[in-house]
Design a binder for this molecule. Structure first.
Ligand code: KIV
Length: 288
């Protein structure tokens, strides 16, 4: 299918397209719901700091996820498991401060909602009140539906996350989910459970493309794919992967749009050589 430009995806009902729309206010979950009704696709990127988030905001990225992938991509942990609610609150507040238009969604980290709905509500309330995010994300389908229901009843929009759920890496590893009849049926049940509980969108991670397409057809809430093929309503990538800052191997589903690791490394070396060789600072960089 030919990719449409932002100009071509502008809705005809007077409302603004998510990507490419100008907008003088923050995007809301209602805008996301309307985009699905229009059949409009949209991009989501992770962000963990104010400056990077401001670049993506100016580029028109309508939804940013302060993912607990911050664990591996920002905080130097090996997985997302050690990330704390305090850390998520600090990073989320920075991303909110760095943006004006994007809907900011913050991950509830491992251990901040698994005890039950009341713990989930306490944790999510912190991210909404202290950090100012517009929505939270949590992992799990059927197993998390009570948490989702209570948050939604309390007025906190929830993005669900099923398929590969990295917080369960110790139990499930990093494997494609939903392969085989039984697993596919479970994934569909999970998708319907989070929709019934009131989630406004659901991330499908590392799921066969055909299954992700079926879930997208069946649900009335938008699906956000990562390693889930081209048919989902939205696509999300981890920003350090897609801009080439992550060291080592990145998953097959990542498209690398730049090589920041090389750009930054070369700039650092050039600076070091200037300093060592006495060619920085020059007169133009000096004050008198
Ligand atoms: O934490 C994260 O970045 C995520 C995305 C991979 C969806 O959950």
């Amino acid at each position: 299918m030919t990719q449409l430009s932002a100009a071509h995806t502008k809705p005809s009902d007077g409302s603004k397209a998510l990507y490419g729309g100008k907008g003088t206010r923050r995007i809301t979950v209602r805008d996301i719901t309307l985009a699905k009704e229009r059949g409009e696709k949209w991009p989501m990127l992770t962000a963990y700091d104010a400056m990077t988030a401001s670049v993506f905001d100016e580029a028109g990225i309508p939804v940013m996820l302060v993912g607990d992938s911050a664990g591996n991509c920002h905080l130097g942990y090996e997985t997302t498991v050690p990330v704390t609610l305090d850390e998520m609150a600090v990073l989320s507040a920075a991303v909110v401060r760095g943006t004006q238009r994007a809907l900011i969604v913050a991950d509830l980290p491992f251990g901040s909602y698994q005890e039950g709905p009341v713990q989930a509500l306490r944790s999510a309330t912190r991210l909404v009140k202290e950090a100012g995010v517009g929505a939270v994300k949590l992992e799990g389908g059927e197993r998390s539906h009570e948490q989702i229901r209570l948050l939604v009843e309390a007025g906190i929009p929830v993005m669900a996350h099923i398929g590969l759920t990295p917080q369960s890496v110790n139990a499930m590893g990093y494997r494609v989910q939903g392969r085989g009849e039984e697993a596919a049926a479970q994934l569909l049940r999970d998708a319907k459970a989070v929709q019934d509980a009131g989630a406004f969108a659901v991330v499908l991670e590392l799921v066969p493309a055909e299954l992700a397409a079926e879930v997208t057809r069946v649900l009335h809430i938008p699906t956000v794919g990562i390693g889930a093929g081209p048919e989902t309503d939205a696509q999300v990538l981890v920003w350090t992967d897609m801009l080439g800052l992550t060291s080592g191997r990145v998953p097959k589903f990542v498209k690398k749009y730049a090589d920041l690791r090389e750009v930054m490394g070369n700039a650092a070396k050039a600076f070091a050589e200037d300093v060592v060789g006495g060619t920085f600072p020059l007169e133009e960089h000096s004050v008198h």
